[in-house]
Design a protein around this ligand. Structure first.
Ligand code: ACO
Length: 375
């Protein structure tokens, strides 16, 4: 059986940095002290001018291709974990596949909210392990800023926008060793964005841009998440025949530093084995784990042979965990010609797309004429 290895990685966040004080200036009854001491968050990034989530996803995926020195046409599949797609259909993954120039790849969105990236990683790995795919691009990207109620201090201070991506490739060595995914829909009402779907009901609110807003029972999610993170992590540690002592790095979903600390304590993991960057990005939903992975790599916290545990939780309620052994040497720099080659490939993909669109239009016109003449 083939294993799935992460061979490329990338992240992209919007330029706009929003500190905690910005919420106080907006007139919200909150403070930097409350937000940072209760969540660990100091700032987050928000998109501007309606930038679609596919923009962030494409940039992250391009970086992952660069790191792996891979060609977009090598991709068999693009899986995009998001709960904030560009539009209801087609899938945002199709936009990403197209803009990358990944002409041979299938593409689909996966929605497991904040747990989406680990769900997608497990799904991509299964495709590789079964022999159905060799190269799978897994992206986590979200823009929850589109769905925040700026008058609700219990939610709007928690989230940020961003994207992260990894390229999974078939390998003889592990790789991803174990994974688990779970759902408990009885808790669906604890964290939701109603509206925009086929159900008539909405929560009666809309954000400034007219979109349905997120509502959450924070304390209940908090209690559930601390328990679930450690339970799911324990399951994949056992299934990969590891002990907690053999875990080199714990990369949990970045929602709240207190949740992360409490889960690590339950697992018996020392602080130096736990990665967190919730202070700078807030909760970026499906993007949080791949962004954390990229930053852990750039901080020299990931080495060949390391055992890593990824765990996530979110709306659903849903959760996922995964154990992997890191197998890819960290390149000190990307080959100089790789970005140039990728830029050229992206331009070529754009050109191919323009030709295809034109061809489709010409065929349609000819078809119409033939029908008219025939009739
Ligand atoms: N500023 C000031 N006060 C606040 C704020 C704020 N931003 N938010 C809440 N408070 C107040 C509350 O109104 C409450 O006041 P009261 O006692 O007068 O009623 C008090 O602070 C305590 O509120 P709690 O909700 O009990 O505070 P808690 O310590 O639980 O922290 C928090 C709230 C940060 C939301 C926490 O519960 C949490 O992180 N929960 C998990 C949320 C989460 O991880 N969600 C993401 C899941 S991933 C996904 O799928 C999107």
């Amino acid at each position: 059986m083939a294993f799935a290895q992460i061979v490329g990685w990338g992240m992209h966040v919007p330029d706009k940095v929003v500190g905690n004080d910005a919420f106080v200036k907006m007139g919200l009854d909150t403070s930097d002290e409350w937000i940072s001491s209760r969540t660990g968050i100091h700032e987050r990034r928000f998109v501007e001018n309606g930038q679609p989530v596919s923009d962030l996803a494409v940039e992250a995926a391009k970086q992952a291709l660069q790191v792996a020195d891979a060609h977009p046409r090598d991709l068999d599949l693009v899986i995009l974990a998001t709960c904030t797609p560009d539009q209801i259909m087609p899938s945002t993954a199709s936009f990403v596949q197209h803009r990358l120039g990944a002409d041979r790849a299938g593409a689909f969105d996966l929605n497991a909210a904040c747990a989406g990236f680990v769900y997608a990683l497990a799904t991509g790995a299964a495709q590789i392990e079964s022999g159905r795919a060799k190269n799978v691009m897994v992206v986590g990207a979200d823009e929850l800023s589109n769905h925040l109620n700026w008058q609700d201090r219990t939610t709007c201070v928690l989230f940020g926008d961003g994207a992260g991506a990894v390229l999974l490739r078939a390998s003889e060595e592990p790789g991803i060793m174990a994974s688990t995914t779970g759902s408990d829909g009885s808790g669906a009402g604890l964290l939701e964005i109603r509206g925009g779907g086929t159900k008539a009901s909405s929560n009666g609110n809309a954000s400034a841009n007219g979109k349905a807003v997120l509502t959450m029972n924070g304390p209940q999610i908090f209690r559930w998440a601390t328990k679930k993170l450690s339970e799911a992590a324990t399951q994949v540690i056992e299934e990969s025949d590891l002990t907690v002592d053999q875990v080199d790095l714990f990369l949990p979903h970045q929602a709240n530093l207190r949740i992360i600390d409490s889960a690590a304590k339950r697992l018996g993991l020392p602080r130096e084995k736990v990665f967190s960057n919730v202070d700078t990005y807030g909760n970026t939903s499906a993007a949080s784990i791949p962004i954390a992975l990229c930053e852990a790599i750039s901080q020299d916290r990931v080495h060949v042979g390391d055992n890593m545990i990824l765990t996530s939780f979110g709306s659903g309620l849903s959760w996922a965990a995964l154990a992997l052994r890191w197998g890819t040497p960290i390149p000190s720099s990307v080959a100089r010609w790789t970005p140039i080659r990728l830029q050229l490939e992206t331009r070529m993909a754009g050109l191919r797309s323009a030709i295809k669109k034109r061809e489709r239009a010409v065929r349609a016109t000819i078809g119409e004429r033939l029908n008219r003449d025939g009739g």
